[in-house]
Write a protein that binds this ligand. Structure first.
Ligand code: GDP
Ligand code: ZN
Length: 300
């Protein structure tokens, strides 16, 4: 019998959940450690005795990866769209947002910023938001608490061309609350009491895909990425950093030196753009911070 094709919904060590073509959810094991499968991957699987086994990973269109210390993990794959959930200052974390935008730009994944908790005072956050609006990042305002903006979010998620989308954000911004508004079944994950620790909330470290059926012919796979404070990008090469900061890349084409790092080199078009206000200081600072981080992590 030829193998079937499906989509990974969850992973846990060697075990995975697969959504098959008929919409059934199948538990399977991964045949080899060499198959680095993640949520959103398309795979081939087949029955072997009593087990269902993933036998092949179909190359992903794009992958979201993050690094921690010296390891790199693919955390989601084949994304049509990435939603960054943010909230008002002091939770608004522009370094996190810039890292996610960087990784998404390098993988050609369109991004929308969701500013949640807009029932709170936004005045201290407006200027930071303007930076992203100027970059062309769409911003949606929501309040998971009061339910505002959820319909607009549903409209975006209802776009038929969206097959796989993911939500990311630092913890505390209200990502789980939003997800519960969109997919009530997702609440089992947030409300779950860990039997071992007895704690009210379990820290989720793996991405999980939910089926979002509302108003769609084919369900959308909505991937909840684990809440994290830091989105490690040390696996990137230094020259990818300026490439993935889209406005820096745009100006960098006019720097005197083709290998300009936009630090203190003469006739640097990026520095000129910073001085004229065409590049936001917060974005340039992020660029410097990330470049330093990545260079310090290089093995030489
Ligand atoms: P997560 O860590 O991003 O998943 O955030 P949670 O969904 O757990 O929410 C963190 C805290 O923010 C909780 O106390 C929520 O009740 C609160 N919260 C979530 N959404 C909103 C909102 O829209 N407005 C306000 N004021 N609080 C919210
Ligand atoms: Zn330069």
């Amino acid at each position: 019998m030829s193998p079937s094709v499906g989509r990974i919904l969850r992973t846990s060590r060697r075990f995975v959940q697969i959504l098959d073509r008929s919409g059934a959810i199948i538990e399977a094991t991964v045949s080899s450690k060499a198959l680095d499968v993640t949520v959103g991957d398309a795979v081939e699987f087949e029955s072997k005795g009593v087990e269902t086994v993933v036998v092949k990973l179909i190359p992903a269109r794009n992958s979201l990866a993050r690094s921690y210390r010296n390891e790199v993990w693919r955390i989601a794959a084949n994304l049509d769209h990435l939603f960054i959930v943010a909230s008002v200052f002091p939770l608004f974390n522009n370094t996190f947002i810039d890292k996610v935008l960087l990784v998404a730009a390098l993988q050609s994944i369109p991004v929308t910023l969701i500013l949640n908790k807009n029932d709170l005072d936004l005045s201290a956050t407006r200027e930071a938001l303007l930076v992203y609006e100027t970059l062309g990042v769409p911003v949606l305002f929501t309040s998971a608490k009061e339910g505002s903006g959820i319909d607009e979010l549903r409209t975006v998620l209802g776009t038929e061309s969206l097959r796989i989308a993911a939500l990311t954000g630092v913890s505390g911004v209200g990502k789980s609350s939003l997800l519960n508004q969109l997919i009530p079944q997702a609440s089992t994950r947030t409300g779950e009491v860990s039997a071992r620790t007895g704690q009210g909330r379990q820290t989720t470290t793996q991405a999980v895909a939910y089926l979002y059926p509302a108003g769609r012919i084919e369900p959308l796979l909505l991937i909840d990425l684990p809440g994290m404070q830091n989105f490690g990008v040390n696996h990137l090469r230094p020259n990818e950093i300026s490439y993935g900061f889209i406005e820096i890349a745009e100006h960098a084409a006019r720097c005197e030196f083709s290998n300009c790092r936009h630090l203190a080199e003469p006739r640097c078009a990026v520095k000129d753009a910073l001085e004229s206000g065409a590049i936001a200081p917060s974005r340039y600072e992020s660029y410097l911070r990330i470049l330093t981080e990545v260079e310090e992590a290089q093995p030489y």
